[in-house]
Ligand binder design. Structure first.
Ligand SMILES: Cc1cc2nc3c(=O)[nH]c(=O)nc-3n(C[C@H](O)[C@H](O)[C@H](O)COP(=O)(O)OP(=O)(O)OC[C@H]3O[C@@H](n4cnc5c(N)ncnc54)[C@H](O)[C@@H]3O)c2cc1C
Length: 396
């Protein structure tokens, strides 16, 4: 159960004001709360919603995401999630030929987990660390303090004077606007739609995340339990319904004939957005509030958790400039991968050639996946490697 106005936390200054106040209790806010509390800071998280909070998501956690989660003290049990060993790309080319190619992760495995379950696990961990959780609490404004006085945060329930204020309030962050951190570059804005399906576990072994490509966008299928899959459709335009979305992916549609939709569909936008700055004075942004990568990368949550670890260190050191530096470095690879994948989205010719090349030479896909999950540096492509890949793809 959740608490509305909750237990009192003593800050390092001996008042009831927390060291760290976090606006937004989604995955980024809770991960940041955990990282700060692990370092001995007192923390309050405020969110306008009631947990566990659901959201449109592909619900896939890549191996590097699980490493970050472990550092936050969370180890997912097999009963709470489903294991996947790699990624499979599928498409149908112009001549109607089906292409399918797969690669396993160089190390470790990925996990699919229902979004509300992941939220509950993060919540339990934060609670165990003594984080004050204030639900149905909407952050309404920040007033900067005069001279050495602390800034004041106003919510619909109370007023706090924390040492640090963290904006974890998602894509449409108000904290970002109040802090004057809106300057950003948006490379892609797409729309996602998610639906769960109950499946017969004996019908097909699902230990890969399948990414189905079409001229309309992608549908990616993540196993989230032995009896359930999550499908996220991502495209430039809104799909009016799941049936309409599926009609653009005939191979997937065919494979779902015995599957039954479970729960209701949920939509959300997904952006590739880079902010110029994510800190100002004693305010820092995290998660989607601090910029984001397109959903097809499957790296949004991993980025939140890695940012939380970096922000925890900066908060402990009392120096948000460290976080600004780390944030920039952390987003580099996911944005590079997002650009690459969106290139395949925009060009059917390049996409078909790439998948054909991956199909003919599986180590090529393996190498790309290794880079994607941070297991191999981008420079393994080198100029020669990249040239070789391009030549191979273009010759395909
Ligand atoms: C279709 C789709 C598929 C995706 N698939 C994947 C995937 O497979 N793997 C992956 O890793 N990532 C995926 N992502 C990305 C991932 O879901 C996001 O990166 C992640 O949800 C960001 O978390 P967050 O905590 O920053 O934001 P959110 O989850 O949006 O949380 C923000 C919170 O702030 C609260 N809030 C907002 N304003 C206020 C206020 N004024 N006062 C108080 N509270 C407030 C909201 O209630 C909300 O709970 C996907 C995204 C989409 C759209």
């Amino acid at each position: 159960m959740y608490s509305q106005a909750s237990q009192s936390v003593r800050s390092s200054t001996g008042t009831d004001d927390p060291d760290v106040f976090i606006a937004g209790g989604g995955p980024a806010g809770l991960a940041c709360a955990i990282a700060a509390a692990q370092r001995g800071l007192t923390v309050e998280v405020a969110d306008g919603m009631v947990p566990p909070i659901d959201k449109a998501c592909g619900e896939g956690l890549m191996p590097d995401t699980l490493v970050a989660l472990t550092r936050l003290g969370l180890d997912l049990r097999p009963t709470e999630s489903a294991i996947f060993r790699g990624i499979r790309f599928l498409t149908t080319d112009r001549s109607g030929r089906h292409l399918s190619t797969e690669a396993t992760f160089p190390q470790g495995e990925g996990r699919g987990i229902r979004r509300i379950l992941l939220h509950q696990l993060l919540l339990d961990r934060a609670t165990a660390l003594g984080v004050r959780l204030s639900w149905q609490t909407v952050v309404q404004g920040i007033e900067s303090g005069q001279g050495s006085a602390r800034s004041v945060v106003r919510t619909n329930r109370h007023t706090v004077r924390p040492r640090f204020i963290i904006g974890a309030d998602g894509h449409q962050s108000l904290v970002r606007a109040w802090a004057g951190l809106e300057r950003s570059t948006i490379r892609a804005r797409r729309i996602g739609l998610r639906q769960h399906f109950s499946i017969d576990p004996t019908s097909v072994q699902r230990d890969f995340v399948e990414v189905h490509w079409s001229d309309y966008g992608q549908a990616y299928v993540t196993p989230v339990s032995p009896t359930e899959i999550c499908i996220a459709f991502v495209a430039d335009h809104k799909f009016p319904s799941i049936e309409e979305a599926l009609s653009h992916f005939p191979v997937l549609q065919q494979s779902l004939q015995a599957a039954v939709p479970s729960g209701s569909p949920r939509g959300s936008i997904t952006l590739s957005r880079k902010l110029h700055r994510v800190t100002d004075g004693n305010i820092a942004l995290i998660g989607d509030a601090s910029g984001s990568v397109d959903a097809v990368t499957g790296e949004g949550l991993g980025l939140c958790f890695r940012q939380a670890l970096a922000l925890g260190d900066a908060l402990e050191a009392g120096d948000l400039a460290l976080y600004q530096r780390d944030h920039r470095a952390l987003q580099r690879l996911p944005h590079f991968m997002a650009r690459t994948l969106l290139l395949l989205d925009h060009s059917p010719r390049l996409r078909n050639r790439t998948l054909r090349a991956f199909q003919r030479r599986p180590p090529l896909f393996q190498q790309h996946l290794g880079v994607h999950v941070g297991d191999a540096p981008v420079r393994i492509f080198g100029s020669k490697g990249l040239l070789a890949t391009l030549t191979f793809v273009l010759a395909g």
